[in-house]
Design a protein around this ligand. Structure first.
Ligand SMILES: Cc1cc2nc3c(=O)[nH]c(=O)nc-3n(C[C@H](O)[C@H](O)[C@H](O)COP(=O)(O)OP(=O)(O)OC[C@H]3O[C@@H](n4cnc5c(N)ncnc54)[C@H](O)[C@@H]3O)c2cc1C
Length: 401
């Protein structure tokens, strides 16, 4: 069968792969995106139990891509965040007004983000979505990469992008290993819950030595929880019936939201940090979870991935404008060099936070509590940290500014 030609092949139609396709919408390039299956969200109190906090800086990116108009009504603002130490007195509060923002970020169901991106792509003449599309084989040659689907269709392009998630098939196929693979020996339990009191658009995060418990404000007065617990504890929590789980949850959170009255279906995800030992190879670039995963304690994973997608799109478009070969290492290295400082600094911060709250060194609680008090009173330093973690200090990618 004759190969269908595109300029860029994207493997994976999750938030990052679709985000990249949105960023390439309207460019003078033809894009083919392959997604294995129509996504069927797992519902918890009738909401997708997979949610992401999209930070304020990335909301600007989604606005620039035209995705936000389809998403806004589904997005729950996070106007404040309260973090406290479950075993000791330390606590800190972050308010959006401290950095002159309406919200620190927005909580959105992952399936809603994907739907909004697909709607954005609806009228994109240069982007072709192939779904369901299972890739059976990929071959790299000097001047192109070729792909064959399990239904026999064949494709070729100068560049393929792996956006196929943490256990990336394309990464494995390219023989790329992991230079970081850190098993936290924890699982993240997610569910939608209904608290007695209003969450007042506030995210609550309680840290303990066994891991953080986050309550994230959703639309409709609901909260999404991410409860990171050591494997054994997580398995025990997953095995509880609804009443037992609610009891444990109420005990762990305390009274800040009154009683948690209802909890929907739960799902648990093993937590691992990973970094691919090569993010680019000739005619291949990895983005999102295919390139790196982090602990979800600060909710930054897909935020990093969206920034990968934006920078890669910009490099591809610029390279094409200057008649460079978009699959060559000169072009792909520019993408990698621009992204690595952000990725490594977020990975490093997540590891430090994790150590700070889980290590059993006797002085650590005092250091933690002192640190939170100090930061709480250090106006400009606190504002700088907030601007960094919400992505507002990063430049808005050229293409969408
Ligand atoms: C408990 C938990 C909570 C989290 N909370 C947050 C948060 O609040 N904020 C945040 O920023 N991040 C959060 N994250 C991280 C976030 O979920 C991920 O970073 C994000 O989903 C990664 O998106 P992706 O598109 O790179 O990969 P994925 O979402 O894994 O998408 C990959 C896609 O590729 C498809 N695919 C795979 N293989 C193939 C193939 N061979 N052919 C075709 N298609 C294929 C899959 O079907 C899938 O649709 C959280 C993670 C966890 C575990």
């Amino acid at each position: 069968m004759k190969a269908i030609k595109h300029d860029v092949l994207i493997v994976g139609g999750g938030m990052v792969g679709l985000g990249l396709a949105c960023a390439l919408k309207g460019a003078k390039l033809s894009v083919g995106l392959f997604e294995r299956a129509e996504s069927k969200p797992m519902l918890s109190l009738e909401r997708d139990c997979r949610v992401s906090a999209i930070v304020a800086g990335n909301v600007e990116i989604l606005r620039g891509l035209g995705v936000w108009t389809h998403l806004e009504e589904h997005a729950g603002p996070i106007r404040a965040m309260r973090v406290w130490d479950g075993q000791h007195a330390g606590s800190i509060r972050f308010e959006a007004f401290e950095i002159e923002q309406e919200a620190l970020g927005y909580l959105i169901e992952n399936s809603q983000t994907c739907n909004a991106m697909q709607e954005t792509l609806h009228d994109a003449d240069n982007v072709h979505l192939y779904c369901p599309a299972e890739i059976e084989d990929v071959q790299w040659a000097a001047d192109q990469v070729s792909v064959r689907l399990n239904d026999g269709r064949a494709f070729a392009a100068p560049l393929i992008v792996g956006a196929d998630g943490a256990r990336s098939w394309i990464r494995n196929k390219a023989g790329i290993g992991l230079c970081v693979e850190r098993d936290y020996e924890q699982k993240g339990i997610v569910a939608t819950v209904k608290p007695q009191f209003s969450h007042r658009d506030t995210a609550y995060q309680r840290f303990s030595t066994t891991g953080p418990l986050a309550f994230l404000p959703m639309t409709g007065g609901l909260c999404s929880i991410v409860w990171s617990a050591e494997n054994q504890d997580a398995d025990r929590l997953m095995a509880f019936d609804d009443a037992g789980f609610l009891e444990a949850l109420n005990l762990a959170l305390g009274p800040v939201l009154g009683r948690i009255e209802e909890a929907g279906e739960r799902a648990a995800f093993p937590l691992k940090a990973r970094l691919a030992d090569h993010v680019v190879r000739p005619r291949l670039a990895l983005v999102g979870d295919a390139a790196h995963t982090i602990h979800p304690l600060a909710g930054l994973g897909v935020n990093l991935g969206l920034r990968d997608a934006m920078v890669l799109a910009q490099e591809i478009v610029d390279a094409r404008r200057f008649r460079e070969d978009i699959g060559e290492m000169d072009v792909l290295n520019r993408y990698m060099h621009k992204r690595m400082p952000d990725v490594l600094s977020v990975m490093g911060s997540m590891e430090s936070f994790h150590q700070l709250f889980t290590h059993d060194w006797p002085m650590l609680p005092q250091i933690r509590n002192f640190g939170m008090r100090l930061l709480g009173n250090a106006g400009p330093l606190k504002a700088m940290l907030m601007r960094n973690s919400t992505g507002l200090s990063l430049p808005v990618p050229k293409q969408i500014s």
